[in-house]
Each structure stands twice: as C-alpha cells, then as structure tokens.
Design a protein around this ligand. Structure first.
Ligand code: MLT
Ligand code: ZN
Length: 484
C-alpha cells in the first residue's frame, strides 16, 4: 500500500572489489549479507516500503564510518543510514535496486559522557532514546525527548528526523536539544562539531543543516545533547472539554496555572479513545462517559509535595465552573499516570483494528487547530459517506495527527485508492491556514512528491543546492526528501 512506491529502478549490484574493501574495514562482525538478518531492516515500520541492499555495514567507530564513506564515494555507491528503523515516512529503507550499502549505527551505542554541571550528555548515534533518558536520570538530570518509539528508536535517527513527541511544548523539538554534532560527510571527511556551548555566534550554524536532513547530507555519528533539571513532581489529568474551541481556552488556563510548567497538552478525539478501549486489551477506561473531545495534559516541576496537583485541581475546578471542562480525572498515583499515558499510546495502535487509515501529520498555528479540524471533518464527510476522521496529538504545538479511518465495512484497497484526493483535501486546508504538511515525521519517500507542491520554487532550489554542494554524486540516502 505504499502511496508512492519506490520500485522501478534498474537492478544494480556493487562490485566484489568494493564489497571486499568494506568487509576489510568492518571486520568479520561488522557486516552481514544474511537474508534473515537483513529482512527486518529492509522494510519500514508501517510496511509501506520494501528495499534491498548489497551489504549491511555495522560500524563500531566514527573512523570506520568515514572509511566506508570514502570507499563508497570513490566507487559511486549509494549509502542508506539506519538507526532504530522507526521512520514513519520510509526514510531509512533503501530502494529495491540492491545496489546500496545499508549502514546501521546500532553498534555505535556508547554514552561518552554525562556532565551534570554543564547539563550536557555526549552520546553516539546508535544509543536508544530510552537508554539516554535513563542515563540522564541516573545523574539527576532530564533528557526530555519522549515519543512512542522511545524503546527502539535511536538518537541518530531522532536527530536526522528532528523528532518531536510529547514534550515539545516545554522543551522544544530535537533541534532545540542539540548543542553539537559529529558528522561524517558523503566524501568521508569527519566534521567534529561536538561543542557543548550554549552560545556560539561564529557564523552559520552548520549543525542545523544535518538536523532534520534525514541522512541525505551526511551521517550523524555523535551528538552533544542538552539536559534539564529532573522534575520531582508531575501532575497529570485527562479531561473532557465542552467542544473543540475549548481546547484553546484550557491551554491558556493550563499555561498560566502552572507558571508555564506545562510539558504536554495532547488532544484525543472521542473516536480515538473509543477505539483504544475496544481494541487494546490493557487500555483502562479513565472516565466513565464517552466525550467527543478530550485533552491529556501534564504539569512537571521541581518541588516535591503536592503543589502541582493543587494548582492543577484549582485550575480544573474553575474550568469546570466556566463550562470549559465537562469531566476530568486527575492521576492520583504513578500507576494511574502510567495508565492515562498508556491510553495516549494505545490510540496509535488501535486504528489498525478498524481497517485502512490514511495518515496526516500536519501543523497549523495553535489558534487555528479547531478551524483546521472542523473544516477537514466537514470536507471529508462531504467527500465520502461514513468516513471516520481520527484526530489526535500535540495540540499544544499546533501539531495534529489527522488520520482518517475508512468507512466501516468498505474494501480497504478501494478506500486507499482515494488517498490522493483525501491528502489534497487535508493538505489543502493545512496550506490555506499557513501550516505544514509534515510537522514531526519528516518527508522521507512518503511525502517527497507532496513536498514539491507545498514548498516554493525558491525553497526547493535552495534545498537542492545545499544537497549538491555536500553530496554532488547524490549518494547519501538517495530518493529521500528530494528526488536526487
Ligand atoms: C504520536 O504522536 O503518537 C505519533 O507521532 C503518531 C504516529 O506514530 O503515527
Ligand atoms: Zn506525534
């Protein structure tokens, strides 16, 4: 069901001489051509894209990555970098030609240093995100990047895709959490930009070229990340709101009541919770009733005790009196907090049980979210009877996962055939509201053609010029982001 497909390229192979050079660099444990080992790495997490490769390279050091890139550069062989293989847009899947080297960063997983005084952590690209959160916590610090795939995604991929997640409202995207980078360039040169400076105004900020570039400009091998004080207290609530407009009112109240210690503010349409309760075994019902619009939000702070919970409760009482909130549950224990957050994750997997789903990851100015959802719902209901919009996500950032589930009982393939028109409707409204067609998942292969329609010619020209300056042969993760 890949919307764009990536086949059609001529079958290619990589000369034995080149493969032997790469094997020598990597040593016996550093490469594989075994079909069973390769299989899970050659399909993306949504099963949209299937690829092939001539060799899986598993380097252990930056020097090995550099040596591989030099050989590939000289031989004109494309390289696809891969971390935890959790891309939502096919960024880490090679094409089907078989003429590619798949370069996994998984063995480069050392936390080089956690510095609680500088509030920094220097880490290698293959570190799993959850392990980094734990390493920071062991030194009484917080690394705030948090998302559903955190148990398997790797920081190199998070950086390459400028990952977002549930704490962006307070701490920013990955881009805001990176102080320095080490990058191997397409020609094999190593750029050591592992600085831990909070201020550095010495010309262009080169690291920003690579953050969010999805491995098309170079390979991130290590990074210096920003840490924060570890919150000692959290207050978490799930509440039902009067209508969609009320989410903006509640957002303003929550920011004010917490002294802007609001770290998450997530919208859950009624249908998303209903599906989670129906289809995910361990999803526990949080509120007795079912409501059209719900918000999960969390305050996090430093003072132990119950001050945050008190502030949250007082704010909710007033919101209730004012008719903004119509039902609510405040987590009374860590377990209850975990159960509420489990629901948030469960809505993502629950969709699949109801058939095919056409996904959008859009952002609009926060104030325009209700208009975006209302207009999209209306347009889609006009377009197809029984269609089931499934909006959820990071409303505090203006980022909605506006997924659209097929009408009950419809043939899934017939529904997917309407995907281009559905994308046109949703992305058209997004563009009309000055939004973005990819707020956090990136472009990869999935949105490459859409990108051409929603960026200006000048923006696309500048992106192409940057790509050809760093990678004139087009060897770095070809066909991702741009069709080069
Ligand atoms: C989320 O916020 O749950 C994810 O970005 C949604 C997804 O993976 O599709
Ligand atoms: Zn998300």
């Amino acid at each position: 069901m890949a919307p764009d497909g990536n086949g059609g390229r001529a079958q290619k192979s990589v000369a034995d001489e080149v493969l032997n050079k790469l094997k020598d660099i990597l040593g016996p444990k550093g490469w594989s051509q075994d079909a069973d080992t390769l299989a899970p790495l050659l399909v993306d997490t949504r099963g949209y894209y299937h690829g092939a490769c001539a060799l899986l390279a598993r380097p252990e050091t930056t020097e090995q990555v550099a040596a591989i890139m030099k050989v590939c550069h000289e031989a004109g062989v494309p390289v696809v970098p891969q971390g935890g293989n959790t891309s939502r847009v096919g960024s880490a899947t090679p094409d089907e030609s078989g003429g590619t080297i798949l370069l996994s960063l998984a063995r480069m997983n050392t936390v080089r240093e956690v510095d609680p005084v500088d509030y920094t952590m220097t880490v290698e690209a293959g570190c799993v995100l959850k392990d980094l959160q734990d390493a920071a916590e062991a030194k009484d610090r917080l690394f705030p990047l948090s998302l559903g795939a955190e148990g398997s995604c790797m920081i190199g991929g998070n950086i390459a895709s400028n990952a977002g997640g549930i704490n962006v409202l307070r701490y920013g995207n990955t881009r805001d959490l990176v102080l320095g980078l080490e990058v191997v360039l397409p020609n094999g040169e190593i750029w050591n930009g592992l600085r831990r400076l909070r201020k550095d105004n010495t010309g262009y900020d080169l690291k920003q070229w690579f953050i969010g570039s999805e491995g098309t400009l170079g390979i991130v091998t290590a990074a210096v990340l920003k840490l924060f004080p570890l919150p000692k207290e959290r207050a978490t609530a799930l509440c039902a709101i009067r209508d969609l407009d009320a989410c903006l009112d509640l957002l303003a109240r929550a920011r004010a009541a917490s002294g802007d210690a609001l770290s998450s503010f997530e919208l859950l349409a009624g249908i998303t919770l209903d599906f989670a309760y129906q289809h995910v075994d361990s999803a526990k019902r949080a509120m007795e009733g079912s409501y059209d619009w719900n918000v999960l939000f969390e305050f996090s702070g430093l003072e132990p005790g119950h001050r945050m919970n008190d502030a949250l409760e007082t704010m909710l009482e007033k919101a209730f009196e004012d008719g903004v909130v119509i039902d609510a549950v405040i987590a009374q224990s860590e377990q209850q907090r975990a159960d509420i957050w489990f629901l948030r994750e469960a809505v993502v997997e629950a969709q699949a049980a109801e058939g095919a789903s056409i996904k959008h990851d859009v952002s609009v100015p926060v104030s325009k979210v209700p208009e975006f959802i209302n207009r999209s719902n209306e347009a889609l209901h006009d377009f197809m009877e029984g269609i089931r919009p499934y909006p959820f996500g990071h409303v505090g950032d203006g980022n909605i996962h506006y997924n659209v589930t097929q009408p009950a009982g419809m043939d899934a393939d017939a529904y997917m055939a309407a995907a281009p028109e559905i994308h046109d409707i949703v992305h058209g409204i997004t563009a009309d509201l000055n939004g973005s067609i990819s707020a956090e998942h990136g472009i990869g292969q999935l949105k490459r053609e859409e990108l051409k329609r929603y960026k200006t010619k000048l923006e696309l020209d500048l992106m192409r010029q940057l790509k050809s300056m760093l990678d004139p042969q087009g060897l770095m993760n070809p066909g991702k982001v741009l069709d080069i």
